[in-house]
Design a protein around this ligand. Structure first.
Ligand SMILES: Cc1cc2nc3c(=O)[nH]c(=O)nc-3n(C[C@H](O)[C@H](O)[C@H](O)COP(=O)(O)O)c2cc1C
Length: 288
């Protein structure tokens, strides 16, 4: 296997980006969530992609943990693609650091503006945003195929503005997490995010179907007496809320009820995220 793309997603944006790139460069596609219980992950591919959403201006916990377990990446071409509603924040900085501890180095960084999935972004036309990615994907895949070293972000201006703002804004997220979880400053960001599922509640439309528990990429939901119970090992990916067929889950801290799912992704695609098997993109690829 020459090329592998690993992805994590809550509402499908990162899956679409990962899938498009994998298709164009002839890579195998692997869900990061399916590796969550592995202690060590050895990588055979020569080129590796890591595709993920930005959360709270940083790297999702599961992506950090996945990358820290990678072995044999010293001589690989590694590219990262973060998808975001605004900008990459510190996510790439954090990724560089964890990859460096694992002996690897990022060769290419790609930041892709995608529809915001956690609140209604004023004036955002998600169809237009998705089309922009389609237009970009060919060129990006081409550069990756040629193992080029490059840095690309969809909106360079926001990226530049965010660099000095990120350290100022991140404490506000910590404050929100401490307040909503009843946590303390001594707790790590990872711990607090794990418990941030305390903001999720259900309304009277919940019929106990269990779709939320099935779709949760990290098995953070148990159905008890016909209702979801969150187990405090959350990624805050919003899959439970957005894939609920009855719109019965809401974030009680949200300004208004907001739902988003990437239109090119199905519930079954989301379930595949938990399967250990490689998702075959090419007929000539071999299973891991
Ligand atoms: C909990 C949470 C936090 C987020 N934080 C940020 C952020 O700090 N900056 C940003 O630009 N987008 C942020 N987003 C938006 C997502 O990164 C973006 O919509 C992404 O494309 C979603 O990817 P997915 O569909 O693969 O889950 C956040 C989304 C969620 C659910």
């Amino acid at each position: 296997m020459e090329r592998a793309v690993y992805y994590f997603t809550g509402t499908g944006n990162s899956l679409v980006v990962a899938r498009d790139i994998a298709d164009r460069i002839g890579a195998s596609l692997f869900p990061i969530a399916s590796f969550k219980d592995e202690k060590d992950i050895s990588v055979e591919a020569e080129s590796i992609g890591i595709v993920f959403p930005v959360y709270f201006m940083g790297l999702p916990n599961i992506v950090k943990s996945f990358c820290s377990k990678l072995g044999g990446i010293g001589d690989k071409y590694i590219f990262a693609v973060c998808t975001y509603g605004g900008g990459k924040g510190d996510s790439i900085k954090e990724l560089r650091s964890v990859l460096s501890s694992a002996g690897g180095r990022l060769s290419a960084v790609i930041g892709v503006h995608m529809p915001q999935n956690s609140f209604k972004k004023p004036g955002e036309n998600s169809t237009r945003v998705l089309k922009k990615w389609k237009a970009l994907s060919l060129d990006i895949a081409d550069r990756i195929s040629q193992k080029k070293e490059f840095y690309f972000v969809s909106n360079r201006l926001i990226d530049l503005v965010q660099i000095p703002l990120t350290p100022l804004l991140r404490p506000a997220y910590m404050k929100y997490m401490i307040e909503e979880t009843g946590g303390s400053k001594e707790q790590s960001r990872e711990e607090l995010i794990g418990r941030i599922d305390m903001v999720f509640e259900t309304n009277q439309s919940c019929n106990g179907c269990g779709s939320c528990a099935r779709v949760c990429p990290v098995d953070n939901i148990e159905m008890i007496s016909g209702r979801p119970v969150w187990l405090h090992k959350c990624e805050k990916c919003h899959a439970c809320l957005n894939w609920c067929p009855n719109r019965a889950i809401y974030d009680r801290t949200g300004r208004e009820q907001f739902f988003y799912r990437n239109p090119q992704v199905t519930f079954d695609d989301m379930l595949k995220q938990k399967q250990r098997n490689m998702i075959q993109r090419n007929n000539n690829q071999t299973a891991m």
